[in-house]
Write a protein of this length. Sequence first.
Length: 132
Amino acid sequence: MGTRPRLTLSATVLDAPDARELAAFYRRLLDDWLVREDGPDWVYIAPPDGGAGLSFQTEPHYVRPRWPSTPDAQQMMLHLDIQVDDLPAAVAHAVAAGATLAGFQPQDHVRVLFDPVGHPFCLYVRTPEPGS
């Protein structure tokens, strides 16, 4: 057996009807993130200090996911968790950037929102671990 190859997560890719429009939303939401690649059907943004970023790919047959899921509709395949220090302020910022607050909120310290094409994402405040 040879040496194990190095694997590094570089990005999560979100499909959208228009990659550039969805990337613009996430740039408004994550206001210090930079565009690293910008093509007609592909955009990659990343934090300025490095680390994994987000890519957006135009998918002409994109179907908006349903959350909470139902067996008869497109289910979400993933969602983004974004830690914040002030949940009400972060929700207001996200809505101003173009997000929509979900009607169902499963936890007090988490807010589920939808990006402009329906991908759910969570804003949350980290709660102390029990016993800490």
